[in-house]
Design a protein around this ligand. Structure first.
Ligand code: UGA
Length: 473
């Protein structure tokens, strides 16, 4: 603690020198100019949560994006994504005068001490991460750099991106002394991103220089003071930590899903297996919930990108490959289980899909297991009716040819079977007696193991789940 306090005073001296050594126009736009100004470039899910979170840590933040529609919505207090608690966080910090939105990316760079790159890194056709948006931001930095800047990657970027940014800037004539490169990966889960940002498990900062690292410590001072473990390392180690963490969590999920399948074949109960495994501190109980396979924009994409890096570096990563293969197979499980309950004959049957988001508390449908389920059912001639509390508009883009229902009741009415895909609270607490009255046929696959098996049995449902099939016997 003593050491932390000593470090803090050094940071504040550095911060003072840093801010006053720059000709920064931020004094005119923020109420408390004696704080660093951070430009967060990209107002997607990562950029927006990061910008609002850093403002909550009492920093001055400009969230900038070239998307004028998004910025004008944000300026009117409209949050373009569904993320619990984010609107409150944004509103609070806008009102406190620490957070502003702008589509003038060049201006934001000029006004800032720290530039955080939080633009998208989608998967390119060869499975690698497409860095064109990152490169475009670097180009804008090169054209607008007007003083010493800390340039920090926040998006998940391939190992070596920090070095590439340095090279790009120098190639564009920016003096090497004008900037330092930092990697500060995010570990935010969609649906609980605000909590994850404000109360992280750890803070990872990879830097090229002590000055850059000190600046970063300054903007996270409140978190560090709360005792959050802080990993201070070099840029490529930090970049690797992000990929290693996501690939490990993905592998943990594929592992428990494989064990769930063994449980179904043997009559064991995966929940009890997972609980007992998790009591071993070396394993931990987190990320041991079996389900329909992992989705979202991170685990599938980052595992694929890591494999791609391995290929280029001639390093084999068979475990990472296996976790993706297991996941692809797992995504088909809910539909396969339903097919088994119908002796493979579901042609013309109406199947209600409850939940299309890749997990609860988000409207994100990227890589959602619901899509694989729907496609397999459609291949067998089923008619799909779907309901999700928030993700249907997004899903209409991926699956335009299914029936979208306005409510849970609409979806299950006259259904021949139900597959519960997403663990929304609304589904956990649904009135099964009422559902039993509305369906044509009492048959359900609970791909999240959230329904009460005894109650299902009592109501005469034929059912299955993931790794607890014995309950249906
Ligand atoms: C994940 C990581 O958890 C974050 O730490 C990371 O920052 C983020 O990726 C990222 O790289 O940006 P996210 O994809 O939002 O976050 O969601 P998770 O809560 O991790 O869930 C991922 C998938 O695993 C979902 O499909 C979820 O349903 C599934 N899951 C999760 C399970 O099936 N069982 C579990 O026990 C946990």
């Amino acid at each position: 603690m003593k050491q932390l306090k000593k470090l803090s005073s050094i940071h504040f001296c550095l911060l003072f020198l840093f801010i006053h050594s720059n000709t920064i126009a931020s004094q005119s736009i923020f109420r408390t100019p004696a704080r660093p100004t951070i430009a967060v470039i990209g107002t997607g899910y990562v950029g927006l949560v990061t910008g609002a979170g850093l403002a909550e840590f009492k920093n001055n933040v400009i969230c900038a994006d070239i998307d004028t529609k998004k910025i004008s919505a944000l300026q009117q207090g409209i949050i373009p994504i569904y993320e619990p608690g984010l609107k409150e966080l944004v509103d609070h910090n806008v009102q406190a005068g620490r957070l502003i939105f702008s589509n003038d990316v060049a201006g934001a760079i000029k006004k800032s001490n720290i530039v955080m790159i939080a633009v998208g890194t989608p998967t390119a056709s060869d499975g690698s991460a497409d860095l064109s948006y990152v490169q475009s931001v670097v180009h804008t930095i090169a054209q607008n750099i007007n003083g010493y800047k800390v340039i920090c990657t926040k998006s998940t970027v391939p190992i070596g991106t920090g070095a590439m940014i340095r090279q790009l800037l120098e190639q564009q004539g920016v003096d090497a002394d004008m900037f330092t490169i930092i990697s500060n990966p995010e570990f935010l889960r969609e649906g609980s991103a605000v909590h994850d940002f404000l109360q992280p498990d750890r803070l990872v900062i990879g830097s090229e220089s002590e000055q850059g690292s000190s600046m970063m410590r300054t903007i996270y001072q409140l978190v560090i003071d709360n005792g959050v473990p802080f990993v201070d390392t070099n840029v490529s180690t930090s970049e690797t930590i992000k990929y290693a963490s996501n690939a490990f969590l993905a592998a943990k999920l594929s592992f428990i899903n494989e064990i769930a399948n063994i449980c179904d074949a043997t009559g064991a109960d995966v929940h009890i297996v997972a609980r007992a495994m998790g009591l071993d501190k070396r394993i931990s109980p987190e990320f041991l919930k079996p389900g329909p396979g992992f989705g979202g924009s991170c685990f599938p994409k980052d595992s694929q990108a890591l494999l791609n890096m391995g290929k280029h570096l001639k390093v084999n990563l068979p475990m990472v490959q296996a976790s993706l293969d297991t996941n692809d197979a797992q995504k088909k499980k809910p539909a396969q289980k339903l097919l088994a309950l119908f002796n493979n004959d579901i042609a013309g049957k109406k199947i209600a899909i409850l939940g299309v988001a890749f997990k609860a508390n988000t409207d994100d449908v990227r890589e959602t297991p619901a899509l694989a389920t729907i496609q397999l059912l459609q291949e067998h001639g089923a008619i799909i009716k779907a309901y999700d509390p928030v993700a249907m508009e997004q899903m209409k883009i991926l699956a335009p040819d299914i029936i979208y229902c306005q409510s849970l009741e609409d979806a299950v009415t006259n259904a021949d079977a139900i597959i519960l895909m997403t663990e929304w609270h609304e589904f956990k607490t649904m009135n099964l007696e009422k559902v039993a009255q509305l369906v044509k046929n009492r048959c359900i696959v609970d791909a999240r193991n959230i329904l009460d098996a005894l109650e299902l049995k009592r109501l005469g449902f034929v059912f299955d789940n993931i790794g607890r099939s014995y309950l249906a016997q």
